[in-house]
Ligand binder design. Structure first.
Ligand SMILES: NC(=O)c1ccc[n+]([C@@H]2O[C@H](COP(=O)([O-])OP(=O)(O)OC[C@H]3O[C@@H](n4cnc5c(N)ncnc54)[C@H](OP(=O)(O)O)[C@@H]3O)[C@@H](O)[C@H]2O)c1
Length: 433
């Protein structure tokens, strides 16, 4: 029988960036942590693939497991920390096994929480253990706590944010330098800010994982990753970023979740946001999340969304909660009470749009374009031809008033077929806050 002041004994699976960061933090702040939760947190077991790999931290006092899933059965452990990664495979098997053995779980794994979150939350609830995942969304920013604990008394209508530091870094450098996406991506890879396979980051999947988790938390509905509309930043050009600046906007990869009477909209795509807005000021590798509560108003948290230190900070905060006995429901309401997600299709989205057309500079071209918009009842706020080059191609930039996505995509499909339009029309949604 354990007494409440006994150390919390943990096993850590995964000793990579986040795993070694977590070990280092626990060792550095051992006494501070004890003073804050009344007990030590002891690393009793660890697991990774290669036992001989140098890791820059001392885990020699911990039992080593070649098989991470077997570590879940270690009878001494109170909690298992999953820092392996991946939506399934070893990570999922380990978490299922740990919950099945009645151990608390802490994870930084957004892919697993986005795709298996409901199943795991139900299992944890039935087993009477905590499933904590602060590090899985926006790294060091305590956004799970902000929504689940800080806004516990509020109805939340919208949550949005910059949820991927790599994309935000690339868009920030493109804006500052005027360079194109491919060039900046290659530099980011050389500097270690982007993975050699960057698709999860720049194609919006990573941000979508995090958004699906936030949506469930904010609205008390099932995590529904499949319902997220996902677009990445590969098609954003230096020209669009420059025009956005002239119009008073910045282009950001945003995740937006909104609840209406009809259902829940979840979307990740490049957005034009007012340059002077709080979210427009989040630059470089930083993340920013805004949650709108009906009594608290709009709250924004900004900080480092990745990296060993910030992510370990979130992992250990979860461990401290477990050591203190804080046991909030995984997704803010009992897992058994999570509502169906009621996804809204992207076609039903309404908002203003930025459109850029590449057209041959001939009389009548703009009249053809505006006639198509008229047919779809789309109203134009401004239309500017950039440059004058009779017979050559020029850009035409338009801002259209709030309109339905379905009308906009149909109109653009017709515009793309005009002989005078030489490239696929560019469309970027505008988000006004
Ligand atoms: N990196 C970040 O900034 C960050 C931020 C937020 C969330 N996360 C999440 O945190 C998790 C870990 O990310 P990371 O960046 O730390 O990854 P990482 O550096 O690649 O580390 C992964 C670790 O898992 C171990 N591992 C792989 N397969 C294993 C297996 N079959 N059994 C036992 N251990 C195994 C690896 O062992 P070896 O070292 O022996 O190869 C390695 O130590 C992921 O879910 C990620 O999405 C990361």
């Amino acid at each position: 029988m354990r007494c409440p002041s006994d150390p919390l004994r943990i096993g850590i699976a995964g000793l990579g960036t986040v795993g070694t960061g977590t070990v280092r933090l626990l060792q550095t702040h051992d006494e501070l942590i004890r003073s804050r939760c009344g007990r030590h947190i002891r690393i009793a077991a660890v697991s990774a693939r290669d036992r001989r790999k140098g890791r820059g931290v001392d885990v020699s006092a911990a039992r080593w497991y070649d098989d991470a899933v077997a570590m879940a059965g270690d009878p001494e452990l109170d909690a298992v920390v999953e820092l392996v990664g991946g939506a399934d495979g070893v990570a999922l098997a380990l978490v299922r096994a740990a919950i099945g053995e009645g151990r608390h779980v802490v994870t930084a794994n957004k892919a697993m929480m986005a795709e298996r979150g409901c199943e795991l939350a139900r299992a944890a609830e039935q087993a009477g253990v905590t499933l904590a995942y602060e590090a899985s969304v926006a790294g060091g920013i305590p956004v799970i706590k902000l929504i689940r604990e800080g806004l516990a008394a509020n109805g939340v209508s919208r949550v949005y944010g910059i949820l991927n530091g790599t994309s935000n870094y690339i868009l920030s450098v493109m804006r500052e330098s005027g360079r194109e996406f491919d060039d900046v991506l290659a530099e980011a890879q050389a500097l270690g800010y982007a993975e050699s396979d960057p698709s999860f980051d720049v194609d919006g999947v990573d941000a979508a994982h995090k958004l699906a988790i936030l949506t469930s938390l904010a609205f008390g509905c099932e995590v529904d990753f499949g319902a997220v509309h996902i677009e990445g930043i590969r098609h954003v050009s230096a020209m669009d970023i420059r025009y956005a600046g002239e119009l008073g906007y910045k282009i950001k990869l945003l995740g937006v979740a909104r609840r209406t009477d009809e259902g829940v909209e979840q979307r990740v795509h490049p957005c034009m946001v007012p340059a002077e807005s709080p979210i427009g000021s989040v630059e470089g590798v930083y993340n920013g999340v805004v949650a709108e509560g009906d009594f608290a108003g709009s709250l924004m948290a900004e900080g480092r969304g990745a990296g060993a230190g910030p992510t370990a900070s979130a992992v250990v905060a979860d461990l401290i909660d477990i050591a203190r006995g804080n046991r909030p429901p995984t997704f803010a309401v009992a897992a058994s009470a999570l509502a169906p997600s009621r996804p809204l299709p992207m076609d039903s989205h309404r908002g203003p749009y930025y459109i850029r057309l590449t057209v041959v500079d001939l009389p009548g071209v703009i009249a053809d374009v505006t006639a198509i918009f008229r047919d779809f009842e789309i109203s134009i706020e401004s239309i500017v031809q950039r440059g004058r080059a009779p017979g050559e191609t020029v850009s035409v930039v338009m801002i259209v008033h709030e309109t339905a996505e379905a009308a906009m995509t149909s109109a653009l499909a017709r515009i793309a077929k005009l002989d005078s339009v030489t490239e696929r029309p560019q469309m970027i949604r505008i988000e006004d806050f």
